[in-house]
Design a binder for this molecule. Structure first.
Ligand SMILES: Cc1cc2nc3c(=O)[nH]c(=O)nc-3n(C[C@H](O)[C@H](O)[C@H](O)COP(=O)(O)OP(=O)(O)OC[C@H]3O[C@@H](n4cnc5c(N)ncnc54)[C@H](O)[C@@H]3O)c2cc1C
Length: 622
């Protein structure tokens, strides 16, 4: 037994994007929460590119904000460039993205944690667990401390038995400059019997600005948005970046760059079999791009500033694990980078992850119901994916500590729900990242309406404070009132609603017909107008999506008991039986999303479940 002992409700392990949101959510629910992290100065570190948001990820950040989390507000504080991606396409796929000042982001998040009530942060490496029956009773650290707890969250990111690769040279590390976490890996695997796998990711070199010839590159300026990430921009009590419009630059690699890759594959740990972890297809290393897509002669690269008070640039698109001397050659073959000096070399990292089919949709480990996992440890990649899971894990760990049932987010209400359902239902064979195409209800899951989708739930479970909820309801009630009036009131024989619908989802810079009730000099009224135009445009499609949601909700009502015996069902194919027994879906809807389980098998399961219970279908169909 260790010398120092403390009692908490919830212990969160890891001060990355997942751990920070987990700790904030848990503390917000009143649970006495401890956040343990290896290095306090690296809290909320952006290990890879200094940007938050992007396709589908931007929607997640807005969802986190609507759920009372920190990422949206902190990103707004640290933003040095904001763009609405996909703005040339339909509003369903518009995705906000902010280039961030990396240091400002970290400082702001650390300060947010320090200010939070019920939350203590402490620098220490968690090494193991105290257990009793099927429960975690405490967390131990390498300082010989014991933190007793009612539930715990592990959000250890890329640190579990992490190994860094620079060419054929490799050594242990959690990311450049941080040690790995090896004991935690052992504790999860050997002590708790959790199945681990191995994944890989990588990061490009950073280059000094004064050695870059930006004159040879295309400039990409910031958009001038009417709103940023947070629905509650007034809630900003932390350090803030001053510059709001630092440009990025675009440039293309050359034939010579690809030639350098082909000539040096013998030095690539990826191509020499030194790396066994599986990397992400969607964010390939530069050597993968050259070898797997030989028909692309050149590749687009983005030069992104790492912050306001630093001369370092991140070269997005040229992630590699080739050795330093080859990285220098590669960069010098690119226009504008002929004399570039690398401040930090690119590297690849391999790490242990937990196969997430061992989790339920609350993010609890099925065989350890008070242990929650969140972030890259669950096989995802990306800050936003990590933060979204962190919020759910923190919420449910605090609920567990308070003796409450878990809250699960549905696929029809959020991208966070889509992601978690995918993680626990599908086999993860490569790092998982979100895309809009993963959501079947993407016309409803837009970045502009995350508050409408999630604020009421967030408030009802204690995540969203009353003042913010009052702001939301003020906006929402006015929106609905004006929408109602626009459906009936006419201008030149056409309802205003009809006129807005005819705009096809495009928000014009100036309206060519009068709009009663709205004062477009007010930011809130401009928001209401945007919302009315977008929702009028999607009206018909959304009705169709809602019908399909009702069918899904009916299947969600068919709960499958944890001890359901799939062996007793004749007629299931062996492949499906194995998958069902391994994943143990909580509902028939979840079972229907398991790859390879057929609709006929779902009907068969339903017949067997009917013998156990009949779900109550309300008159509304829910
Ligand atoms: C080299 C590299 C390249 C990447 N490239 C990409 C990319 O191209 N695209 C992309 O989307 N994402 C990329 N990522 C991933 C991105 O950094 C993560 O998705 C994101 O940071 C995950 O957040 P997290 O909170 O799960 O973990 P992390 O941000 O890794 O944070 C983990 C935290 O846990 C702490 N910790 C670990 N073990 C312990 C312990 N035993 N006790 C106490 N604290 C502990 C660490 O100190 C750290 O604070 C990359 C990461 C790395 C390292």
């Amino acid at each position: 037994m260790s010398s120092i002992q403390y009692n908490y409700d919830v212990v969160v392990i890891g001060g990355g994007h997942a751990g920070c949101e987990a700790a904030l959510a848990s503390a917000r629910l009143g649970a006495r929460t401890l956040l343990l992290t290896i290095n306090m100065d690296h809290i909320a570190q952006m290990s890879c590119n200094p940007a938050v948001g992007g396709i589908a990820k931007g929607q997640v950040v807005r969802e986190i904000d609507a759920l009372g989390g920190g990422m949206g507000r902190i990103t707004d504080a640290a933003s040095i460039q904001f763009r609405m991606l996909n703005s040339g396409k339909g509003p369903a796929v518009w995705s906000p993205r902010s280039q961030c000042d990396k240091v400002c982001y970290q400082k702001a998040m650390k300060f947010e944690l320090e200010k939070a009530e019920n939350l203590i942060i402490h620098q220490a490496e968690a090494s193991g667990f105290l257990t009793g029956g099927d429960k975690i009773c405490g967390v131990t650290t390498t300082f010989n401390e014991t933190f007793k707890c009612k539930s715990a969250v592990v959000a250890a990111g890329t640190f579990l038995s992490g190994k860094l690769h620079y060419g054929l040279l490799n050594y242990p590390g959690g990311r450049a400059g941080d040690p790995p976490s090896c004991r935690m890996s052992e504790s999860l695997g050997a002590q708790l019997g959790i199945r681990l796998g191995r994944l890989k990711t990588g990061t490009p070199p950073r280059v000094l600005a004064k050695t870059i010839n930006f004159g040879k590159m295309i400039v990409q300026e910031s958009d001038s948005p009417d709103e940023y990430f947070s629905y509650f921009p007034e809630d900003r009590a932390f350090p803030r970046a001053v510059k709001r419009d630092m440009p990025c630059h675009l440039v293309k690699s050359t034939l010579a760059t690809s030639e350098i890759i082909r000539n040096n594959l013998d030095k690539s740990p990826l191509y020499q079999g030194v790396i066994s972890g599986i990397g992400t297809r969607y964010c390939p290393s530069f050597e993968d791009k050259v070898i797997r897509f030989p028909h692309h002669e050149t590749h687009l690269l983005y030069l992104e500033p790492e912050g306001e008070f630093t001369g370092e640039y991140y070269i997005n698109g040229i992630s590699t694990s080739l050795p330093p001397e080859v990285q220098v050659q590669m960069l010098h073959s690119i226009p504008g980078l002929e004399n570039a000096v690398i401040s930090r070399y690119a590297y690849a990292i391999e790490y242990d992850f937990v196969h997430p089919d061992q989790l339920s949709r609350s993010l609890a480990v099925k065989k350890w119901p008070n242990l929650f996992l969140a972030g890259q440890i669950n096989g995802t990649s990306g800050y936003e994916e990590a933060a979204g899971q962190g919020l759910v894990a923190g919420l449910n760990s605090a609920r567990f500590a308070n003796g409450l049932e878990p809250v699960e987010l549905g696929r029809e209400t959020s991208y966070i729900g889509v992601m978690i359902d995918d993680l626990v239902t599908k086999e993860i064979v490569e790092p998982y990242r979100l895309f809009t195409s993963r959501a079947e209800y993407r016309l409803m899951l837009r970045q502009d309406n995350a508050d409408i989708r999630l604020c009421p739930l967030a408030h009802s479970i204690g995540l969203l404070p009353s003042a913010k909820f009052a702001k939301f309801t003020g906006y929402f009630n006015r929106l609905k009132e004006i929408e109602q009036k626009f459906r009936t009131e006419k201008h030149e024989n056409q309802t205003i609603h009809g006129r807005l619908k005819a705009l096809g989802g495009v928000v014009p810079s100036k309206m060519d017909f009068p709009l009663p009730y709205l004062d477009l000099s007010s930011q809130e009224d401009r928001r209401i107008l945007r919302q009315l135009i977008i929702s009028a445009h999607y009206e018909g499609y959304i009705e169709r999506e809602l019908r399909s949601v009702k069918n899904l909700q009916k299947l969600e009502l068919w709960k499958i008991p944890k001890d359901f015996n799939y062996d007793a069902i004749t007629g299931l194919r062996n492949e499906s039986r194995l998958k069902l027994s391994k994943i143990l879906p909580g509902t028939l809807a979840q079972a229907s999303r398991i790859d390879g389980v057929t609709p006929a098998e779902i009907s068969l399961l339903q017949v067997h479940l009917k013998r156990i219970f009949q779900p109550t279908i309300h008159a509304s169909g829910k």
